[in-house]
Design a protein around this ligand. Structure first.
Ligand SMILES: NC(=O)c1ccc[n+]([C@@H]2O[C@H](COP(=O)([O-])OP(=O)(O)OC[C@H]3O[C@@H](n4cnc5c(N)ncnc54)[C@H](OP(=O)(O)O)[C@@H]3O)[C@@H](O)[C@H]2O)c1
Length: 374
């Protein structure tokens, strides 16, 4: 076993959020050695009195809500048996993959690298230390380049998802090696902190479920090589198949990744079983990929809705981190404010009403079937 892993599993770091393998050169010294003001300035984030970072150009001006939240830091939790100290809200990889930023010509485009640098810098400044990436290559290449420019690789926990059509065949090992190597290159690093196995319902007839024992052999080898530190799985499983996976493979894995939002609450039944195995819990889809926020008056009567939807997830103490996709610094600041904004009874009522709203679209079918629970 990788010696860095065993060290971390027995000790929860208190002052340093993560503890990268020693052979990896740290970019922390230069970033950590400069002042926060210098760090922000370098990436176009000005600083006003009170330490509030402001955007000097690109994507958006701060809303009143966002202004109020700056200067605050997100809280941390411990990611299950990994012992990692993780920010309770993290960056989702889909942020970089989808064309969601208005292009000024009536269409949409992806965030640019410059925008990613600014968003990630603002997130780090507010305490975020977790970056996820799913299957699309751009989900690794954009944050990889951003971390390089920020010299911040060693400040964050990098998580990749290794997805492929395994179907329980032995050849899947070669695919895991290839997927991991490709992502190491894109992240411009020689190790990632977390490698999550990931499959969708299109990959196997059984809601993405497969015999993970073949995959485990490959993950062990990657651990021995120091290329990955911790492992987990996060797939389009039904709730029942998640329970089966915890039972069969929960002793081996460190982490599971589960969808959880005010509408899809089956996770509430699953999390006690995950915690029994000591698994760290990374939740995804707090807004059902934005569907819970569509056609809302977020500047008026529905202001604060994204924050409340995340606060709802964080109220569950079995959750270690809520990962969300963001496309602007304004969204980032609003979402992170969930870390210090308690859900009031009135706002809880508002989001519970929202949970009854129909979510059209085939792409959410797997979440709709069997995931609702109240
Ligand atoms: N297969 C897997 O294992 C898997 C699957 C799904 C997700 N994930 C991970 O989980 C992460 C989160 O899931 P997700 O991105 O699907 O869903 P999500 O976090 O529920 O929704 C993200 C979308 O919500 C909107 N949004 C976020 N903050 C907002 C705000 N303050 N105001 C208004 N709109 C806001 C953005 O859409 P607009 O740009 O339209 O505003 C954004 O694209 C992903 O990024 C990915 O890392 C993994």
């Amino acid at each position: 076993m990788n010696k860095h892993v065993s060290k971390l599993q027995t000790k929860v770091p208190s002052s340093v959020p993560i503890n990268p393998p020693r052979r990896i050169k740290s970019g922390l010294r230069r970033t950590g050695g400069s002042t926060r003001r210098q760090f922000l300035k370098r990436f176009g984030l000005g600083v006003v009195a009170g330490g509030i970072p402001i955007l000097s150009g690109l994507d958006d001006a701060c809303s009143a809500t966002a202004q109020k939240t700056t200067g605050r830091k997100v809280k941390y939790r411990v990611l299950g048996k990994t012992g990692l100290r993780i920010s309770e809200i993290g960056f989702g990889g889909h942020s970089w993959a989808y064309k969601q930023v208005p292009d000024g010509q009536g269409g949409y485009r992806r965030p640019t690298i410059d925008e990613a640098v600014r968003m990630i810098a603002a997130g780090l400044d507010m305490g975020v230390n977790f970056l996820d990436s799913c299957t699309a290559l751009v989900e690794s290449s954009v944050p990889g380049e951003a971390l390089k420019r920020l010299k911040a690789r060693d400040k964050v926990i990098v998580s990749v998802r290794v997805s492929h059509k395994m179907k329980g065949i032995k050849a899947d090992k070669q695919e895991i090696y290839k997927w991991t190597e490709d992502r190491l290159k894109l992240w411009q690093t020689d190790y990632v902190d977390i490698c999550l196995l990931c499959n969708t319902e299109n990959d196997t007839p059984q809601s993405g479920y497969w015999d993970m024992s073949y995959s485990i052999e490959a993950l062990d080898k990657l651990k021995q090589q120091g290329k990955i530190r911790f492992t987990g799985f996060g797939c389009h499983f039904t709730p029942e198949l998640f329970l089966e996976a915890f039972e069969k493979f929960g002793n081996y894995f460190d982490i599971c990744s589960i969808p959880y939002n005010v509408r899809h609450r089956a996770a509430e039944k699953l999390l006690p079983a995950a915690k029994k195995k000591g698994l760290g819990v990374i939740t995804i889809k707090p807004f059902v990929r934005g569907a819970l926020l569509k056609n809302r008056d977020l500047k008026g009567t529905d202001a604060g809705l994204p924050r409340d939807l995340i606060a709802f997830v964080l109220e569950n103490k079995l959750v270690d981190i809520c990962t969300c996709g963001v496309h602007t610094i304004k969204q980032l600041r609003e979402n992170l404010s969930a870390s210090w904004t308690k859900l009031s009874p009135g706002r809880r009522e508002r989001i519970e009403k929202l949970a009854g709203t129909g979510i059209p679209g085939r792409e959410y079918a797997w979440l709709e079937q069997g995931w609702r629970y109240a």
